[in-house]
Write a protein that binds this ligand. Structure first.
Ligand SMILES: O=C(O)CCC(=O)C(=O)O
Length: 254
């Protein structure tokens, strides 16, 4: 089967119905090996610069995240968030966006690679909805995929509350557990939502990718596997209708 036939087969009516019902679908064996490999090679090159003898990328991630936090933050900020090797995967996500959101013009709204070292709660996010991080943004979709190793409950893979996107965008509280920890915008009434919606872990092998709705409640979990989890995130918005530009005020640009 050629690539476009494979994509058409995966994005059938059943896929669309499942996405509408759950706000979350895992597409199995969807990403191409060359697209994933481009990311693996670039990530290895970045961390090799800082690796100690006999360290694998997982070990270097863990050591920098615990012992060289400032350097680790710079790797995340300047490389992992602006990583050109994410382009092939982004292009492979585009047909999914076109199928679910339609539209002719799409933009990237913060694709990145995230690192979850073992037992490290500084780099995990509590329950949140993506919409609340940029309320000006129009409709968007989010994708998560394992790059090197499978995503499993043991390595703290994210979990989602199935169908919770139907709640719409909820009011939230800003939670930051430490000065250097990630900020989570946690929806109010979480206890209620956890009772009302089933929590499902994202369990996947490299090549699989989850697509989820902007309003789906999800979180990361603690990595108990002893090995760093390295996850790719792609975020794409449909921009046919332009959002407000917060930096344009009364004809002046700030
Ligand atoms: O994979 C994770 O740890 C969390 C991912 C997440 O929260 C997100 O994609 O917004």
């Amino acid at each position: 089967m050629n690539i476009s036939a494979k994509i058409d087969a995966a994005l059938d009516d059943e896929f669309v119905a499942a996405f509408e019902r759950d706000g979350y679908v895992v597409l199995r064996n969807f990403l191409s090996e060359p697209a994933l490999d481009a990311m693996r090679q670039s990530l290895k090159s970045i961390f090799e610069v800082y690796a100690e003898e006999d360290e694998q990328i997982f070990d270097t991630v863990e050591r920098l995240a615990t012992k060289e936090k400032e350097l680790f933050y710079r790797i995340y900020k300047f490389i992992a968030k602006s990583f050109l090797s994410l382009y092939p995967v982004r292009l492979e996500c585009l047909p999914v966006v076109e199928k679910l959101l339609g539209g002719k013009v799409h933009i990237d709204i913060g694709s990145a690679v995230i690192f979850a070292p073992p037992e490290n709660t500084r780099l995990t996010w509590g329950w949140h909805q993506e919409t609340t991080y940029d309320p000006d943004m129009p409709e968007a979709l989010h994708f998560s995929f394992p790059i090197f190793e499978p995503a499993r409950v043991e390595n703290g893979s994210m979990s989602v509350l199935l169908g919770s996107h139907k709640l719409g965008t909820l009011p939230y509280d800003k939670i930051k557990l430490a000065d250097d920890a990630a900020t989570s915008l946690v929806p109010r009434n979480m206890e209620q939502w956890c009772q009302d919606y089933e929590e499902v872990p994202f369990v996947a092998d490299p090549g699989d990718i989850a697509v989820f709705h902007n309003d789906l409640i999800h979180r990361s979990n603690t990595n108990l596997s002893g090995r760093s989890r390295i996850t790719g995130l792609v975020r794409i918005a449909r921009i046919d209708e332009l959002p407000k530009a917060a930096s344009w005020i009364d004809g002046k640009v700030y």
